[in-house]
Design a protein around this ligand. Structure first.
Ligand SMILES: Cc1cc2nc3c(=O)[nH]c(=O)nc-3n(C[C@H](O)[C@H](O)[C@H](O)COP(=O)(O)O)c2cc1C
Length: 336
């Protein structure tokens, strides 16, 4: 599908979503239960779903778009490269109340490449532009792109700016950049999150050269102090693994990064707020471990955190496991 129009020039800072701090889309990790848990700790954080493919939304049997109202602001990440399908899914996302649609141009897995989407799309900026254009023409919510700084040998700054130029011309004014390139062959997705070197300076350079675009950085960020330092140069920071494995860092995001004077919840207060949610899930026939797997990191760094983790992993999956498992896991932290 050719680009039929060039969207209006970018004269103002884009959209009103607070992008200061966001949690990365993570397959199998950032499901609706994790997102509810994260939201208890931070009102300001922008949450992303796991990547959902256009095929799953259009042809799948399940409801891949269900979420809890408390999760807003919430972005749906789409995987795909067919402009018509992406537009269909963006429209559904907007109708379902999502606050943003994000296109995955960063995932290097083989499965994703064989579907011709994810990171390999960096080599096809015209196609990405067409996809963005198609989505923007059917929704009012922001359409954003998450990408890398390069792929394979195509890792020059010029390669990155050619990509950004093309996609920005189609009206995308918000990019989230994972500050390392991806090797499309030979590395697993996990290795592709560790082995290619991080290059934060390249992302800073991008912001200096495109001051009107909203640029968020992603990759390897572990502390809110690092976030604050990135925010001196950029519009936003997206955190993935640390926000999942050590989720309690979220408890101070609003205060330290977003100027909120909301009180910081204790870990126990967060757990307490999670209990009614877990009870409801159990009443609806859900299993306890579908939620507990996301909260095992809550006490990370605290005395007894290993006992907490172990108790949950040994007991929450059992048939009939109820809320008492949570209380017992908490008690196990103080037993000698
Ligand atoms: C388990 C897991 C699943 C991921 N799934 C996705 C995904 O669905 N879409 C995506 O764009 N990135 C995905 N990523 C990559 C993250 O969004 C992020 O770019 C990467 O982990 C680097 O950020 P971090 O160093 O803060 O973790 C995933 C990462 C992990 C660890």
């Amino acid at each position: 599908m050719p680009l039929t129009h060039i969207s209006e020039p970018l004269t103002t800072m884009p959209n009103t979503i607070n992008r200061t701090f966001s949690i990365a889309p993570m397959l199998d990790w950032t499901d609706r239960h994790y997102r509810y848990f994260a939201r208890l700790m931070s009102s300001e954080t922008l949450l992303y779903t796991e990547m959902v493919t256009t095929g799953a939304i259009i042809h799948g049997k399940g409801d891949y778009l269900a979420y809890n109202q408390e999760e807003h602001p919430l972005a749906l990440q789409l995987g795909g490269s067919n402009a018509t399908d992406l537009a269909t899914c963006a429209k559904i996302a907007a109708e379902r109340g999502y606050d943003e649609v994000n296109l995955n141009v960063g995932c290097p897995s083989d499965r994703v490449q064989s579907g011709r989407f994810g990171a390999c799309l960096m080599a096809e900026p015209q196609l990405v532009a067409e996809c963005v254009d198609a989505m923007r023409s059917v929704v009012d919510i922001p359409v954003t792109v998450k990408t890398r700084i390069g792929i394979d040998e195509q890792d020059s700054y010029e390669f990155l700016t050619q990509f950004i130029d093309k996609v920005a011309t189609a009206g995308c004014d918000t990019f989230i950049i994972h500050a390392r390139k991806a090797w499309l062959q030979g590395l697993s997705p996990k290795e592709n999150r560790e082995i290619p070197e991080l290059d934060y300076e390249r992302v800073y350079q991008l912001k200096r050269d495109y001051p009107k675009l909203s640029i968020s950085i992603n990759g390897g960020v572990k502390t809110l102090a690092e976030c604050a330092s990135h925010l001196e140069q950029l519009d936003g920071v997206m955190v993935g693994r640390e926000a999942y494995q050590n989720p309690y860092i979220l408890a101070q995001v609003d205060q330290l990064l977003c100027g909120s004077d909301r009180p910081v919840l204790s870990r126990d207060a967060v757990l307490e707020k999670m209990i009614p949610y877990m009870e409801k899930h159990l009443q609806q026939g859900g299993r306890l471990n579908h939620i507990t797997r996301h909260i095992t990191g809550l006490y990370q760094g605290e005395v007894g955190s290993r006992a907490w983790r172990r108790y949950l992993s040994e007991n929450a999956h059992r048939q009939g496991a109820g809320i008492e498992v949570i209380h017992q896991a908490r008690e196990s932290m103080t037993l000698k």
